[in-house]
Design a protein around this ligand. Structure first.
Ligand code: SF4
Length: 481
């Protein structure tokens, strides 16, 4: 047993409360963040490390936690051994990611034995799952603090309790509570800034855990979002990335008419050089959003629009709320209004009951839409979701074979589409040296193409004109002009 803890305080997640919640279309209240007195200076002379998994929303949450920790006096370290506070900011979308987290926490037992005062925290979507928290309580005594997505703002107070009173603390709230504004932030990249525009999801796709782990849809006030973008612009950040599980639903809870388009236009009017947004849902897409994308040069002409399957029957069982035909119509509308738009998507193969013919329909849709890129995954059941109660009847070998066929098709299309960029000049937002080769820069073009390029010193965080000299399925090569 961990010798550090004197007592324990547990508030456990209740997924049933999320499952049975009413679809309240009322706005969440807003409060302003205040650092609690007991947490001030808690980190003086101490170090923190945060490991973030999953989507950009989690990255943004990790930036908020880093901001709070630094306001408490902690400094960042990239060494797990050296960290006094070690945070696992987790993702629950796939089982494989959860298994990895448990593996990593398991391996920390020996680190903790050498460094018994080290505080290990688990937060993010996994923390909202009952099965995860039960497993932590039962088998991972080295974890000192667990908090959920709805009380991330309360982390300083919880951490103070663990560090000052030596209380093992598990506090996972299953009600969303207020939106907390003016939280500190330590941005992880200087070229672009992630901006939450809303939290949660009300769609309840049958395979997805997010509505249970992130709660109902709550939109931030437009004025708070615009202020965050103005601050990014003032500090020289070139790109604002608007984040939500389903950005097109922005403003519904605030009784706004066509809220996302109105927000997008007002973000564009701040004059920041680039705006992107993730993730869109085909069900809520409004034609006015396409018009705004066309009208404002600083809204990037690239769209990530997850389709998941090309089979109407599978889409129905996924509860996606559209058909393959209506997705194609939306795609056609986009293409006719903005011919240069680049299109990416998400796909799942091997959903329960998916026949060979239904998989072929997905391939047909891929051929029709000619996606620039797609994230394709094998279906993985998530405990507590409706799909987990369906028979997972597609053998793993068949799922893997379908994934291979799909990925081959996607890569062939991506390769062909990327080859059209050879010799063209693209505007690339330089993020710094490439992770794979520090002698070249990497960044994203307006079309959201990953470009690796050579050029003189000092290009980081600049928008650079790059001539494309080579193309691959998932990236382009070039040289700065
Ligand atoms: S839209 Fe569907 S897939 Fe996306 S987060 Fe919501 S429930 Fe999950």
């Amino acid at each position: 047993m961990n010798t550090m803890k004197n007592t324990e305080q547990f508030i456990l997640p209740e997924m049933n409360r999320e499952r049975n919640r009413s679809r309240r279309n009322t706005a969440a209240d807003c409060s302003r963040f205040v650092m609690p007195a007991e947490a001030k200076n808690l980190g003086s002379g101490k170090k923190y490390y945060i490991r973030t998994y999953g989507c950009q929303a989690n990255v943004r949450d990790g930036e908020t936690m880093a901001g709070m920790l630094e306001q408490m006096g902690f400094t960042f370290t990239d060494s797990v051994e050296e960290a006094d506070v070690l945070i696992f900011n987790t993702c629950a979308v796939r089982q494989a990611a959860e298994d990895r987290v448990f593996g990593e926490i398991g391996s920390l037992k020996s680190v903790k034995a050498r460094h018994p005062e080290q505080v290990i925290c688990l937060c993010g979507c996994m923390a909202q799952e009952e099965v995860v928290v039960e497993k932590i309580i039962r088998s991972y005594p080295q974890v000192d603090l667990v908090f959920g997505t709805h009380n991330l703002w309360n982390m300083p107070k919880l951490l103070a309790r663990v560090m000052n009173k030596k209380e093992r603390t598990i506090e996972v709230i299953s009600e969303e509570g207020d939106l907390i504004e003016e939280m500190p932030v330590r941005r992880s990249t200087s070229s672009k800034g992630y901006v939450h525009i809303m939290y949660g999801c009300d769609k309840f796709c049958t395979y997805c855990i997010v509505p249970y782990t992130r709660g109902r849809e709550r939109s931030r006030r437009q004025s708070d979002i615009i202020e965050e973008i103005r601050q990014l612009k003032a500090q020289g950040t070139k790109e604002a990335v608007l984040l939500g599980q389903n950005v097109n639903a922005y403003g519904k809870d605030l009784a706004m008419e066509d809220g996302f388009t109105s927000l997008l236009e007002n973000c564009a009017k701040t004059g920041i050089e680039r705006i992107r947004f993730y993730t869109s849902h085909p069900r809520d897409y409004s034609v006015t959003t396409i018009d705004a994308m066309k009208k404002y040069p600083n809204i990037m002409k690239s769209l990530h629009l997850p389709v998941q399957s090309g089979s109407d029957e599978i889409l129905k069982r996924m509860n996606r709320g559209y058909t393959s035909g209506s997705y194609r119509d939306l795609y056609d509308e986009m293409r006719s209004r903005i011919p240069e738009i680049t299109f990416t998507t998400d796909l799942i193969v091997g959903f329960p009951g998916e026949t060979d013919a239904q998989f072929e329909e997905t391939l047909d849709l891929v051929d029709y839409c000619q996606f620039d890129m797609a994230y394709a995954f094998v279906y993985s059941p998530r405990s507590g979701t409706p799909a987990a109660r369906m028979e997972d009847d597609i053998p793993l070998a068949v799922k893997k074979e379908r994934l291979q066929i799909l990925n081959d098709r996607l890569s062939e299309i991506a390769n062909r589409k990327n080859s059209l960029y050879l010799g063209r000049t693209l505007k690339v937002l330089c993020e710094g040296p490439s992770k794979k080769n520090e002698n070249v820069y990497s960044g994203y073009s307006e079309e959201n193409k990953l470009v690796n390029f050579t050029g003189p010193d000092g290009l980081k965080d600049q928008i650079v004109e790059v001539e494309i000299t080579g193309t691959h399925s998932f990236s382009l090569d070039g040289k700065a002009l």
